[in-house]
Write a protein of this length. Sequence first.
Length: 536
Amino acid sequence: MCLPATAVATPLNGAISGTVTDAGSSAHPGIEGAQICAAPTGDRSKEKCANAGAGGKYTIPELESGEYTVEFTGNVCGNGCELEYVKQVYSPSVNVKPGETVERIDAGLLEIAGKIAGRVTSDGSPVEDVDVCAYGFGSGECGETNVDGEYTIEHILPGSYKILFRPHVTCEIICQPATDYVFQYWNDQSTLEAAGAVVVKESQATTGVNAELQLGGRISGRVTTAAIAPQPIANLMVCASSTATNKKGERVSTELGQQEPTCALTNSAGEYTISALASGGYEVELKGEVCVKEPLGVTCTHPYIAQFYQSIVTVTAPGTTSGIDASLLEVSPTKPALIAAPTLTGTPAVGKTLSCSQGGWANNPTNLAYRWLRDGVAIAGHTSGTYTLQHADAGNGIACEVTASNAAGASAATSNTVQIPNQTQGLAVLEGVSVRGATVSVTLRCTGANPCAGALKIRARVSTGRGRHRRTRTVTIGLASFSIGVGKRATFRVYLTGQGRKLLRRAGRRGLSVQIAGVGVKASTVVLRQPPPRLT
């Protein structure tokens, strides 16, 4: 039974009073709420209790005369009573007389909890602002390193604890590591399972629980829209989760203080860097969430489809694994809208190539398709961004159609139309031929109103076999390209092939009958003869 601390002795009964203080603190403050009980020595059935008031002062009134055992239970009672201090029995027993108050029955109690202390360094230098947490009994207490790297975790109940050294994280838009140091457990372990246990004893400080932190590695990359013309995505959350497993092959637990996935936000160029990563493999997830800071807090939207990077990313601390890029599709796309029509460039002449630009499109098209049109009718088989003009195009208008599409639909746009001049190629006619050695000189004249150009061929007939097995075929024994202006005459050298030289040699004085033909040349038959030897 707990009585008010303000009650006093009556003429028929006595009382006991005193002060309860915290002996573990240098200032020895009073313990308000401490519970004190007095019982006749040898008879606990008549025990009376009181709670200390302000300054730790207490009084237990209405005690019959006699010898009392006074016990400071270690309980501190507010809304409830919890054992926070080591129980202490006052010695010797207290003699209570009628109408008197026995004063100064004081006690200095030691907190039942212990402490853990140590120092955190990196490469021998102290590390400030590291959270050090002791985990056990389903909860944890934490301390923080000072400028000398020293820390103390107080108010720890006796027991066995796993100690986590976790450098600070900063939380503005999202929570990110404030430094490049990797978190670790005591005795240089990276997992809770492998961490050694630190034992805390009643009212004692366990010291020398130190750690040497290591610099972590990084993952960097760039995120853009999945479009023909990719655009950077700013303020997108990108996270890396360790693929480390325990002895059973299970993914390492994130309970009891192990870090959650380490994240970063992309900048205005779509670039990101995830830091403070231990060596190992990581799954990189592009969350699809865009988070921005606003006057009333942080707002996150989900405009893109989340995805994982296509493979596990390996980090070797303290290096950076770069080039982990990705392109994201929109969750709710809008079909492409034309900003600027496609245009044609190139020389509008048969044999020349026209190029079609893709035009300008809004709403992130993911695919472009091309069609070439001759006077508005599609030209079969031509679906690329370039087109080589054909004879059939002369005198007609040529345009290209570009269709831009994404998951929401497609939109088409047609370029400007280019008119192809109606020009007829001039025809070259044979004017003369001569032979010297293995070289045939062919003179051509260009007729018609347009220049002549093409390929000149010298063709001969070759027979094989005898009788009914005799076969005759035509072979090309010389080839050359030519170009002649309107009404002009030009001579071109054609070098005979090995077969041509052999046929000419066999023909001897009678000569070798051949056809002068080709593209842009009027076919003519002539006899090739070597000139007679010159007399000396």
